[in-house]
Design a protein around this ligand. Structure first.
Ligand SMILES: NC(=O)c1ccc[n+]([C@@H]2O[C@H](COP(=O)([O-])OP(=O)(O)OC[C@H]3O[C@@H](n4cnc5c(N)ncnc54)[C@H](O)[C@@H]3O)[C@@H](O)[C@H]2O)c1
Ligand SMILES: O=C(O)[C@H](O)[C@@H](O)[C@H](O)[C@H](O)CO
Length: 253
């Protein structure tokens, strides 16, 4: 890397925590942030997947560790805060989508989804945001969805949480940007990951969604590497409170 690019994008000396970093978009962002120089802590539930992801990161020369936790569980979340240590870059990626017609969603579906998709990003931000601000530098990357701004079938409570993520991002940015903490939301298109396997299993749906992207294809985890490094780095020092659409033009088609 030229000295110029290093100054803009290097994450050497930074420490990142990536929730959902064991698979899909989260893994790619963890790898990209790690390969740009940061030490990375990934958080998800399943140990075998976490181990495999940490091994892959290590194979890329990334200093990586993992914490197994259910981020929808408050005691586990507190443990992530405790074991995670000081963090310069927080990526709130972990999420789940309970796909049911709106009227069939139960109270439990609502509570589980809000706990994982909204409360966990909020509480991790409440812990790390002020600490980043006190140190004068930080980055929080929250992951939204097309549902942040528009309706999608059978995703009622997921959509509600993802819309709230944009509001959370703005509030966090308003609170901490003056102290060097940039907070932004990434908005993916339809991305081929384990999360969307139920949608991919519907005949014709993958092709239909591909056609709704201006790029003519669905997203892949690799499409998120550049955005993650940009938003985690000093290159984005004057970008805060925003939604960055990494969606092949889906939202404007
Ligand atoms: N794939 C898409 O089309 C798409 C579109 C828009 C937004 N997103 C968002 O991107 C992010 C990543 O999704 P993905 O598509 O890569 O899916 P994925 O299923 O590959 O990744 C989700 C990650 O979250 C973790 N996770 C799930 N439940 C958890 C829990 N209770 N506690 C801890 N970790 C948990 C999983 O282990 C996994 O690492 C999510 O925020 C998702 O809402 C995805
Ligand atoms: O779980 C899912 O099926 C995804 O998150 C979808 O809802 C879409 O891919 C997303 O909304 C596009 O951004």
């Amino acid at each position: 890397m030229s000295a110029y690019l290093t100054e803009l994008f290097s994450l050497a000396g930074r420490r990142a925590l990536v929730t959902g970093g064991s698979s899909g978009i989260g893994y790619t962002m963890a790898e990209a942030i790690g390969r740009a120089g940061a030490e990375v802590v990934i958080v998800a539930r399943r140990r075998p997947e976490l181990r495999r992801a940490a091994d892959r990161l290590a194979a890329h020369g990334v200093k990586a560790s993992w914490i197994s936790a259910d981020l929808g569980d408050r005691a586990d979340l507190d443990r992530v805060v405790e074991e995670g240590g000081e963090i310069d870059i927080l990526v709130n990626d972990a999420a789940n989508n309970i796909r049911k017609p709106m009227a069939e969603l139960t109270d439990e579906d609502y509570e589980q989804t809000i706990a994982l998709n909204l409360t966990a990003p909020y509480l991790l931000g409440q812990h790390h945001g002020p600490r980043m601000a006190a140190r004068g530098w930080g980055r929080i990357i929250n992951i939204g969805s097309q549902q942040t701004n528009s309706a999608f079938g059978n995703s009622g409570v997921y959509g509600a949480a993802k819309a709230a993520i944009a509001g959370l991002t703005r509030s966090q940015a308003e609170a901490w940007s003056r102290d060097g903490v940039c907070v932004n939301t990434i908005i993916p298109g339809f991305v081929l990951t384990p999360l969307t396997e139920p949608a991919q299993a519907i005949p014709g749906r993958t092709e239909e969604l591909a056609a709704r992207h201006m790029s003519g294809r669905n997203g892949l985890p690799a499409d998120f590497a550049g955005a993650a490094v940009f938003l985690a780095s000093s290159a984005s020092a004057f970008v805060t409170g925003q939604q960055l659409f990494v969606d092949g033009g889906f939202s404007v088609h």
